[in-house]
Design a protein around this ligand. Structure first.
Ligand code: SAM
Length: 247
């Protein structure tokens, strides 16, 4: 694949396969430093949000979880830490990201799977819950609803689809401060510590241009999920959405 210079800076105008290629390449590049950068940028809070997402999935003991866009497997590994009886599939199209996860503690207990989140090769009604963390903002608007429809297809009736993602900061007094952190501090840290300013410019840009939690909830509902609700975390910069598959 060509170097990152071949790609526009943020990928925001890209669609379909071209967008997938851009995103895959980007995560392939930052994979070795991904976990370190997340802990640093959030002061370790990112793991707390993933834990809340796992609890929100309300998996039964021994239940089967799909961690879609698993990346380095943080959600999958968190789920196994929370309940070692769970069976967990971690699926992503970046093999480089999953390779990092394979070497983490409990990494051998995850069934890793190379897939596109829009075409997941499992039958209907397979999983007790599907969680995706930070997948949706990588998708084009047309792809978001298709991804939720795919997740609704994969989960069993009565099971939960849980989506954790960064959402645009709400209009509060803190908004300028949050925007400064996203637009200046994160790209600076990305260049200095992860060797990729592009990736860490894309991440905040894709957050601020992203859908609000209410808009995402509407997309989950139109994808066929019911009782969809959301919680805002971290002053509204993160949102956790949950929907059920009707019985
Ligand atoms: C920000 S990372 C999140 C990883 C992990 N869920 C976490 O909590 O850290 C986004 C992940 O989504 C994956 N991804 C983006 N679009 C995808 C798609 N269409 N199919 C599969 N994986 C995708 C990327 O490869 C990347 O690993």
């Amino acid at each position: 694949m060509a170097g990152s210079d071949a790609y526009p800076l943020t990928g925001e105008n890209l669609r379909g396969m071209e967008r997938n290629q851009y995103v895959r390449h980007l995560f392939g590049q930052i994979a070795p430093r991904y976990n370190f950068m997340n802990r640093l940028m959030t002061g370790g809070l990112d793991q707390r949000w993933r834990r809340i997402a796992v609890l929100e999935a309300k998996l039964p003991p021994g239940g089967l979880l799909l961690d879609l866009a698993t990346g380095t497997g943080d959600v999958a590994l968190m789920a196994l830490k929370h309940d070692p009886s769970l069976r967990v599939v971690g699926a992503d199209f970046s093999i480089e990201m999953m390779r990092i996860g394979q070497h983490q503690a409990l990494g051998r207990q995850v069934r890793w799977c190379g897939v596109d989140a829009l075409r997941v090769p499992f039958p209907d009604n397979t999983f007790d819950a599907v969680i995706s963390a930070y997948l949706i903002r990588n998708l084009s608007l047309e792809q978001i609803e298709a991804a939720f429809r795919e997740q609704a297809r994969l989960v069993k009736s009565g099971g939960r689809v849980v989506c954790l993602d960064a959402t645009p900061p709400p209009d509060t007094l803190l908004k300028p401060l949050i925007s400064f952190y996203l637009n200046a501090v994160i790209p600076f840290m990305g260049r200095l510590l992860a060797g990729s300013r592009d990736a860490y410019t894309y991440l905040p840009k894709s957050t601020q241009a992203f859908k609000t939690p209410d808009e995402l909830a509407a997309l989950m509902t139109s994808a066929g999920l019911v009782q969809v609700y959301h919680q805002r975390l971290m002053m509204g910069v993160m949102s956790l959405l949950t929907g059920l598959k009707a019985k």
